[in-house]
Design a protein around this ligand. Structure first.
Ligand SMILES: [Zn+2]
Length: 210
């Protein structure tokens, strides 16, 4: 088995929280001696249509029921990625993928798993649970992926900059993020936003971002 992950997607195109959880998953899997290939992440309308055509108007077997034009795949919203095992003999080995799913679903990572779907199980598929197990809520709330993506980054509006705290209890900080800088937002809670800036994930006062 190759002792390395093979990330074939641009993780910056994923929702910042999913990117964070993917990194956690990769770390935890490596610690257990499991190495992954990340095969799919964000998909454009064109890419989703191409996949939809497969097994219908193009050769191959059907891999998705989601049309690109309907925004009905979680991949088009940047809230899902697909995995395989980085070992040519066990690429889609169910027992190994199930182990990965156990790590992914546990509290430290907290992802949803397509393998739990009753009607159309999708074992390589992992997603952010916040908007449910389909894209319906996202569609209802934001309309298009472009509008959703605008919520992923915010600008620091405080003139003297904004501290990136290491914990929500404000004990220790990484650095001060300059005014005008764009931060990637994982989520909002209480007084803060959990955010990423320059590779560090921490807590910032949500009053001072826009
Ligand atoms: Zn998928």
């Amino acid at each position: 088995m190759t002792k390395k992950h093979d990330v074939r997607i641009d993780t910056k195109l994923l929702h910042p929280q999913l990117e964070h959880k993917l990194n956690l998953l990769l770390k935890k899997c490596a610690a257990k001696g499991i190495y992954l290939i990340i095969t799919e992440g964000f998909r454009t309308v064109a890419r989703q249509e191409e996949l939809y055509a497969q097994g219908r108007t193009k050769p191959g077997k059907i891999v998705t029921n989601a049309r690109g034009t309907s925004y009905s795949s979680q991949h088009m919203w940047g809230v899902a990625f697909d995995i395989a095992i980085n070992d040519s003999k066990h690429t889609y080995d169910y027992a190994l993928i199930k182990k990965v799913a156990e790590i992914a679903k546990a509290k430290g990572v907290g992802l949803g798993w397509g393998g739990d779907w009753k009607s159309f199980p999708d074992t390589p598929h992992f997603y952010l649970k916040r908007w449910g197990s389909t894209a319906s809520k996202l569609k209802a709330q934001y309309g298009t992926p472009d509008r959703f993506k605008k919520t992923w980054t915010k600008k620091v509006t405080r003139r003297q900059g904004l501290k990136l705290w290491k914990s929500a209890a404000k004990t220790g900080s990484y650095f001060t993020i300059p005014c005008g800088a764009k931060v990637r937002i994982l989520f909002f809670k209480l007084w803060y936003a959990k955010a990423e800036y320059n590779g560090k994930v921490g807590y910032i006062n949500k009053k001072y971002i826009q």
